[in-house]
Design a protein around this ligand. Structure first.
Ligand SMILES: *Cc1c(COP(=O)(O)O)cnc(C)c1O
Length: 384
C-alpha cells in the first residue's frame, strides 16, 4: 500500500493508508485474512510481508491512517488498548524506573501498573494532573521515566494541560505519554502539544460502533517506534485483519461522528445542569467546569462524555441508570449509540478504597449520535 498523506483531517481519515487496491481497484483496502505470504525465492518477500504477526496489509492500512491522523511518523495497531499500553511501557521502562500516572487514571491503566508492572520492578505514583504544581513537585521528588497523561479523564472528565505537562516532563527528563481515547485525534492532537507518544483504545471513538476491541500507539520518535514494533512482534498482541478493517471503517467517519457527539453532549449537559434532580454536571464544555479554559485551548470540541451526580445519593443514581430506555445500560463508550452506567458499581467498582474511588451518586453517559431531542426526553423521564 502506498503512502497517501496530505490534506485535511477528514481527507486523511478517508484516504491515508487507503489507496485503492492496486490489483483490483477495490476502493476499500481488502481484509487480508492470511497468516503467511508466498516468497519469490528464499528471502524474496513481496512488499516486505512474511508473517502476519510481523505485518499484515490490512493492519498496515489502519496503522498508517492513525499515524497520519495523530501527526506522528509511526503507528502500531494492537488487539486492545491495554495491549498497546503494555507494549509502550515495556518498550520505554526498565526495572527500577518510575512512572507518574493520573490519580484518576483509567482503571485498566492503574491495574496494569499496580498489579503487573510493579512485579517487574517498575514503580508508580498517582498525581493530580490538573494541578501542574503537584506534578512539578512529584517530578522533583523522584525522577520519573514516564509522565502518563489522560485528558479528559474517566469518569470525572478532569482536564490536564498537555503542553504545560509536556514541558515539565521534558525538563525533568521524562517522556510524556497521552492516552487520547476520550478526545480522539479529531478533537485533540497531543503530539503537536509535546507528547512523545499517544495511546488509544480504538474500541471507543475510533472504532465508534461498539463492534470491535482494539488499541493503538503513535510515537513521535522513530527509534522508539522501532522498539515498540519489535516488542509488538515479539509479544504478539496484534490487531487481527478483520478487527483492523472494522476499526478503519469506523475511522473514516470519525470527524462527522465526533461533531455530532459533541453537539449532543453539549445539549445533554445543558439540560442536566438545569435539572432539579441533578446535583452537579461534569462536562468540560460547561463554563463552570474547572478545566473549561484549558479544554477550550487544546481541544476543538468538548467530546461526547458527560457525568453527573444525582440528588438522593447512590440509590437514586442506580435507579436513574435502570430507567432509561434509549440510553443502554452498559460499560464502554464512544459508539454511535448512547450508553449509561453507574461507575461506582460498574466500571470503577474495583477502585473502591483506592485513590480512584468515585462518588456513589455519579452517573456516566456516553452520549451517542441519535436525535438529540430523543436523548433529552429519555433522560428527563429517567430523572422524573
Ligand atoms: C477503554 C480504555 C482503555 C483500554 O482499552 P481496551 O481497548 O479496553 O483494552 C484505555 N484507556 C481509556 C481511557 C479507555 O477508555
Amino acid at each position: 500500500m502506498t503512502i497517501n498523506s496530505g490534506g485535511g483531517f477528514e481527507t486523511l481519515a478517508i484516504h491515508a493508508g487507503q489507496d485503492p487496491d492496486p490489483q483490483t481497484g477495490a476502493v476499500v483496502p481488502p481484509i487480508y485474512q492470511v497468516s503467511t505470504y508466498k516468497q519469490d525465492g528464499v528471502g524474496g518477500r513481496r512488499g516486505g510481508y512474511e508473517y502476519s504477526r510481523t505485518a499484515n496489509p490490512t493492519r498496515g492500512a489502519l496503522e498508517e491512517c492513525l499515524a497520519a491522523l495523530e501527526g506522528g511518523p509511526r503507528g502500531l495497531a494492537f488487539a486492545s488498548g491495554m495491549a498497546a499500553e503494555d507494549c509502550l511501557l515495556r518498550a520505554i521502562c526498565q526495572p527500577g524506573d518510575h512512572v507518574l500516572i493520573p490519580d484518576d487514571a483509567y482503571g485498566g491503566t492503574f491495574r496494569l501498573m499496580n498489579s503487573v508492572l510493579t512485579s517487574w520492578g517498575v514503580s508508580y505514583r498517582a498525581v493530580r494532573l490538573s494541578d501542574p504544581v503537584a506534578v512539578r513537585a512529584a517530578l522533583a521528588e523522584r525522577p520519573a521515566r514516564v509522565l502518563w497523561v489522560e485528558t479528559p479523564t474517566n469518569p470525572l472528565l478532569n482536564i490536564a494541560d498537555i503542553a504545560t505537562l509536556g514541558q515539565l516532563a521534558h525538563e525533568a527528563g521524562a517522556l510524556m505519554v497521552v492516552d487520547n481515547t476520550f478526545a480522539s485525534p479529531y478533537l485533540q492532537l497531543p503530539l503537536a502539544l509535546g507528547a512523545d507518544a499517544v495511546v488509544h483504545s480504538t474500541t471507543k471513538y475510533l472504532g465508534g460502533h461498539s463492534d470491535v476491541v482494539g488499541g493503538a500507539l503513535i510515537v513521535a520518535d522513530p527509534a522508539l517506534g522501532e522498539r515498540c514494533a519489535f516488542l509488538q512482534n515479539t509479544t504478539g498482541a496484534v490487531a487481527g485483519p478483520f478487527d483492523a478493517w472494522l476499526t478503519l471503517r469506523g475511522v473514516r467517519t470519525l470527524a462527522a461522528r465526533m461533531d455530532r457527539h459533541c453537539a449532543n453532549a453539549a445539549r445533554v449537559a445543558d439540560m442536566l445542569a438545569a435539572h432539579p434532580a441533578v446535583a452537579e454536571v461534569r462536562y468540560p464544555g460547561l463554563p463552570g467546569h474547572p478545566g473549561h479554559e484549558v479544554a477550550a485551548k487544546q481541544m476543538r470540541g468538548f467530546g461526547g462524555m458527560v457525568s453527573f451526580r444525582v440528588r438522593g445519593g447512590e440509590q437514586a443514581a442506580v435507579a436513574v441508570c435502570g430507567r432509561t430506555r434509549l440510553f443502554t445500560l452498559g460499560e464502554s463508550l464512544g459508539g454511535v449509540e448512547s450508553l449509561i452506567e453507574h461507575p461506582g458499581r460498574m466500571t470503577h467498582a474495583s477502585a473502591v478504597g483506592s485513590p480512584l474511588e468515585v462518588a456513589p451518586d455519579l452517573v456516566r453517559l456516553s452520549v451517542g449520535i441519535e436525535t438529540a431531542e430523543d436523548l433529552l426526553e429519555d433522560l428527563r423521564q429517567a430523572l422524573a
